[in-house]
Design a protein around this ligand. Sequence first.
Ligand code: DGT
Ligand code: MG
Length: 365
Amino acid sequence: DQYLEPSTVETVSQYACQRRTTMENHNQIFTDAFAILAENAEFNESEGPCLAFMRAASLLKSLPHAISSSKDLEGLPCLGDQTKAVIEDILEYGQCSKVQDVLCDDRYQTIKLFTSVFGVGLKTAEKWYRKGFHSLEEVQADNAIHFTKMQKAGFLYYDDISAAVCKAEAQAIGQIVEETVRLIAPDAIVTLTGGFRRGKECGHDVDFLITTPEMGKEVWLLNRLINRLQNQGILLYYDIVESTFDKTRLPCRKFEAMDHFQKCFAIIKLKKELAAGRVQKDWKAIRVDFVAPPVDNFAFALLGWTGSRQFERDLRRFARHERKMLLDNHALYDKTKKYLKKKTTNNYLALNDVCSDLSEWHYKG
Ligand code: DGT
Ligand code: MG
């Protein structure tokens, strides 16, 4: 009965993977506040509060109505004293002083700016902040800093990459990728994943899963794809991360499981139409991620790369706590039977067993 339509069940599930979430967010004023508080907690490496704010935001996004009084919060999971206080502040004053304090905070503003550069993580941003820098210009002017290849590309294409990618751009990139992959392997499987698979109107990058129907053939795909894109003159940056896949290892129990598939983080030059008479460059740099799992793991990779991050986290938590299974981007493990579901057919069956209803709910919305 946990799979019933939300309207017919009285309680809202604590798991994002059991909640229908549409593109319509009736509680954006609250979820925007939580996103800022979660980001600030992340910058301060406060994992608990960060997760609590993200969970609360995810829950409010799934509600079919706007919260208009604290009475509406009764019986809802994922809301603690801190998150409730934020909601009550907004209900009463139209804004939350804690959020305003974060937005005005020098450290928050600066770390947010620095981490917005492709290739700059929290540690690097902090190092630059401790040097007393507040702008990207100051950072770039420091001769003592050795920038990685990724960061150099991040600075070079900063304006394009920090602008959102729209659906039409994602589709145009999809067409280029599809056509190029077809030239290498006509039977290859190319699937758009990430936010655009969930139906989002815009995103920060475009994500693809690429594989071949024949096991083992996928190992050549990314290098050949990169070569072709390079020959077309549209590859601005790439970094291929080789597969570290070890089938004997059990899935990672950390909540933010990373996978071991071969992948490539790239920046692609997308031609764009210019309005007549405009003097402007006629292309936009777009961040693109390619992941090349073996076809045996394709179903799990697809599930893992479709997101959202909260959905993935809760799906793993659901598998662990409610089904005594371990789920990651490679497979589903039965903890009680201690075996690994390996074959493609089994993978699909396993997915159907555990979460097909749930993911359908999620993605239909
Ligand atoms: P955005 O920001 O509009 O691109 O939103 P998403 O949802 O496309 O997020 P993105 O592109 O960061 O990642 C796509 C999904 O893949 C996201 O839900 C997280 C998930 N994912 C699964 N495994 C991995 C992994 O090993 N590395 C990364 N970076 N993401 C993973
Ligand atoms: Mg994405």
